[in-house]
Every structure is written in C-alpha cells, then in structure tokens.
Ligand binder design. Structure first.
Ligand SMILES: Nc1ncnc2c1ncn2[C@@H]1O[C@H](COP(=O)(O)OP(=O)(O)OP(=O)(O)O)[C@@H](O)[C@H]1O
Ligand SMILES: [Mn+2]
Length: 512
C-alpha cells in the first residue's frame, strides 16, 4: 500500500498545477479579449501603405517575447476563439488582423505611380489601336473614379510600396473582368521563353495569358533543370494568392479562366504567326503551339477540350512607354550552366559582399529581397534570376514579383538553396516575420487560408488550383523559414530583425 502515498501527493501537485494553469489561461484570455475583438474598421480607414501603424495593439501583443521567440502554441491562438472555424472565416480573420490593417498617413502624391492628367482619355484611346476598332468601347473616362475601368483604377492605385491596397474595393471588379470580359484580341507576347499571349478587352484592358501545360497532380520531372521546367498557369494564380496572403501585394492580380481557343484566340488574333500554328488533334481537340524558344512545337502544343483551355490571366502593368520598369539581376541567381557553381554557392562570405553593394547597402532593398526569397521558398520557385521595379521610384520601392510560372512544381521535395540568401544574410523584416508566425497558428494556418483564397478563383470549380500535397508543403516550408530565422537569431541576436515596426513609430518613415 506504500505506493499510494506518492501517487496521492503527485495527484495533489497535479491538481494544484492544473488550477494554476486554468487561472493563468483565464487571466490571459481576459487580458487578450480586447485584442481579438478589435474591429477591423471600414475600408475607408485603411491606408494603402504597406507600413505599420505605430501602435496597433495586435502588433504589440505579437511583439511579446513569446511570439518573437517562436514559443507561441496553438493554445495561445485559441484564446479568443477555440472553435474550429470555416476556412473562409480564417482568411477573413487573417485579413482583419491588425498586422494586415495598418493605419497611416495617406499616400503622398510623389509616391503614386500615375495620376490622371487632363485629356488622359484621348491619349489612352490612341494607345490601343486595333484592327477591329468596332470591338472596343467608346472611351469616356475622366478624373472621376466611377468613369474609369477597373484595370485603369488598378494602375492608378499602384504606389511606391505596393501594387494594390489591402481590402482593395477595386479588386473584385478587376478579377471579375479578367475572368469574364469579352476577349477582342489575342497576340503572342514577345520576350521570355515560353508561349504566352496578351489578350485585350473591349475597355482597352489587357491581360497576360499563360495556358495550362501540366495536370495539377503532375510533379516536375526530377531530371529537368529548373530552366527547362514548364510554366504552369495554376502556379501564376496560386502565387498571386500566396503573395496577398503573406501581405506583400507585389504580384499583379491573376485569375483562372476557361478560354475558348477558337472563339477567343484563333478567331480574334491579328498575329499571323500564331494563327498558323493551330491544328486539330487526332481526337478532334483544337490545339496551337505558337512561336517561342521553349516548348513551341507540335509535340508541346496546348489543346482545348475540345476547344476549352484552362489558362491564367494576369492584369498587365502600365505600358512600358508610360511607366518604365528597371530589371535587376538577382545577386543569388542560379547558374545556367549544368556544371558551374554561382558565386553565392561557393563563397562563404557572399552576403557581406552584397550588402556592401548598392542598392543592397541601404534602405529596404535587402529585406525586400528577403521577402521575395520567402515567397519563392514557400512555393518552390527556383526561377528568380531577375526582378523588376518601377523606374519612377528609384531604389526606395517594392520589388514586383513577376513571372511565377515555374513555382509549385514539386510538393514532395523542398529546395533549401532558395533560402540561401536568408541563411547567409540573416536579415528579415519584423512585419514579415510576425505575419509568418501568425500563419503557423491553427486559427490562421497558411494551408487553410490558401485553400480558402484559391477557392474564390473561377477555375476552382474545374479542379482545386493547388492539390492537397502542395498545400501541406506550404505549412512544412513555413516552419523551415521560421526555423532558419530562429537559428539566425541564436547566432546573431537582434540584428537579424529589421525593425520596420518601431522604425515607423520613431520616424514615421515608410517601412516599405
Ligand atoms: N502582368 C504583367 N504586366 C506587364 N508585363 C508583364 C507582366 N508579367 C510579365 N510581364 C513582362 O513580360 C516578360 C515575360 O514574362 P514572364 O517572365 O512571365 O515570361 P516567361 O516566358 O516566363 O519569361 P522567362 O522565360 O524569361 O522566365 C517579363 O519580363 C515581364 O517584364
Ligand atoms: Mn518564366
């Protein structure tokens, strides 16, 4: 009977510990309640700047040591509401979180990419000269927003730090038009390696179309070098959603669409070279292959079923003649050679060379690049040899995350080399790091919010844009990113975190 005494004692200790734990949880719940009940505020109160309010309560809470050190468990996240939430409401909750709803000063004039000038409508109508002018609407745009088509409002909304604002009221009409608007012209887009078309709408809007080339459950061939990989239409779509979920807003909106290859391409194209590549396959599907340097041959034709083809449509950025863009070579670009290593793969102190070189030696360029690295690692994109910025904004501006067609090729393997810049430089924005931590919590889990976000795309009804293994890979890779940051912090301490949050508080300068 001697064994009873220690057990009784341990039971008493357990009971006391349990009471203390419950008390502490209740106390914590009571204290945190106001945070989770914060109203997200009407869209009018939100700013379209990607920087953070000096004192949003949620940020202060998230900046507590527990979160910063990665000690946040699902228990803490569940304090506000521990019920299983529908994924759509998880996405809503994420977008309502203070880390996404940052208040600040309105965007100053000089931080806007474009503005409406007198007689802009006349200039615009001359820009898109079409062989079949009657297919286009009469242009009656002026300075009033309601007269402007959604694509123009998107252009006018681009600022120094992002392509579009959080909770953009213009987003829904824009994606609606991309998904449903009549296509009046389709021509091949020159440049780049693979087949893609520029499509025009009756209101002079334009979109870049990439056709489906691969089934969703196919994985990239392991023996292909990344530069020979196919471009995937669903990767372009999913990348846009992921970039928005991460709070970057640096990818032009992309939607999926079933395109009738006869009615919406062959019959309306003025591109003779493209038209010549149409043929009917042995089973009666209409196919075409266009002219380009990779995969433009009968063997790699894209085919309708029998005429209906899945495609991604990305809204076009302002024409280069209006707003020039600068292309930057990535310091961590891969070698195109099958045998040579790039400098970053062999030089141990490569990052310190980069950080001494403009534009990485000042401002936010390095941490902007790290944001791109995180995005690319999560979606397995090895094809980031270049990135672009708007010339007008010089070096103090965001990086446009264009060309994501080679992402989401593999779910069963992660590509650690994509994270090399983060590992080597050990530098990340605090706001990014905080949002990444948020996305590990069950309340906002990355795979769940991505599933919800992607289910809004029109092609979702044909088949989910990302298969479950791809969604699971996002959660797995997110953990790896946070682990990398933790290891950096152990090695280098606080210098790892670029404090865009308190920087704002102190100086009010844009944190990017
Ligand atoms: N939404 C867009 N609006 C305007 N221009 C765009 C847009 N997306 C891409 N571009 C431009 O078109 C060019 C080719 O696009 P993209 O890089 O997606 O094609 P690609 O065939 O994958 O090219 P690459 O083979 O070089 O990777 C890019 O260099 C970019 O400048
Ligand atoms: Mn590409």
């Amino acid at each position: 009977m001697m064994w009873r005494t220690p057990r009784c004692r341990s039971r008493t200790i357990c009971l006391s510990l349990a009471s203390v734990t419950i008390f502490l949880h209740l106390l914590l719940a009571f204290v945190s309640l106001p945070v989770y009940q914060q109203p997200c505020g009407p869209p009018g109160t939100l700013t379209d700047r990607a920087h953070l309010d000096p004192a949003p309560v949620g940020i202060r809470v998230l900046a507590e040591p527990a979160v910063l050190e990665g000690r946040v468990s699902d228990d803490v996240s569940a304090l506000g509401d521990d019920r299983a939430e529908a994924e759509e409401s998880k996405l809503e909750a994420l977008f309502a979180h203070p880390l996404y709803n940052v208040a600040g000063a309105p965007v100053p004039e000089e931080d806007r990419l474009m503005k409406v000038k007198a007689k802009a409508s006349e200039r615009s109508s001359n820009m898109w000269v079409s062989a079949s002018q009657e297919a286009y609407e009469d242009v009656r745009w002026n300075g009033s927003r309601s007269s402007q088509p959604p694509w123009l409002r998107f252009h006018l909304g681009i600022s120094r730090w992002q392509l579009y604002p959080h909770r953009d009221p213009d987003m829904e009409p824009l994606v609606q038009q991309l998904a449903t608007h009549r296509i009046v012209s389709a021509v091949q887009k020159s440049g780049g390696t693979q087949l893609k078309l520029v499509m025009s709408f009756p209101n002079y809007g334009r979109a870049m179309m990439k056709p489906m080339k691969q089934e969703r459950d196919e994985e990239t061939n392991y023996n292909l070098y990344y530069f020979s990989d196919f471009e995937r239409h669903n990767a372009e779509i999913a990348a846009f959603h992921l970039d928005r979920v991460l709070g970057f807003r640096r990818i032009p909106p992309v939607v999926g669409r079933l395109v009738d290859v006869v009615q919406e391409i062959k019959d309306v194209t003025t591109d003779r070279k493209l038209a010549q590549t149409f043929f009917s396959s042995p089973v009666g599907n209409v196919c075409f292959y266009g002219k380009c340097s990779y995969y433009c041959s009968t063997e790699h034709a894209v085919c309708g079923r029998p005429r209906s083809l899945e495609a991604s449509l990305a809204v076009m950025l302002p024409d280069l003649s209006l707003e020039a863009r600068r292309t930057w070579r990535s310091p961590w670009r891969r070698s195109y050679s099958r045998s040579k290593l790039a400098a970053w793969e062999s030089e141990p102190d490569y990052c310190s060379t980069v950080t001494k070189t403009p534009p990485y030696d000042r401002g936010t360029r390095l941490v902007d690049f790290m944001d791109l690295v995180v995005l690319d690692f999560l979606m397995g994109n090895m094809d980031r040899h270049h990135y672009e910025t708007f010339e007008k904004f010089g070096t103090d501006t965001f990086l446009i995350h264009l060309d994501n067609g080679r992402a989401f090729g593999r779910h069963s393997k992660d590509e650690p080399s994509i994270l090399a810049p983060l590992e080597q430089c050990c530098r990340i924005r605090r706001s990014t790091w905080l949002r990444l931590q948020l996305l590990t919590l069950s309340r906002y889990r990355l795979s769940d919010v991505m599933r919800a976000s992607l289910s809004r795309d029109p092609l979702h009804t044909v088949a989910p844009l990302l298969t479950e293994p791809h969604l699971a890979a996002l959660d797995r890779r997110l953990k790896t990113v946070l682990k990398t940051v933790s290891q950096c912090r152990r090695r280098r301490g606080d210098e790892v975190i670029y404090d865009d949050v308190s920087k704002l508080k102190d100086t009010g300068s844009p944190a990017g």
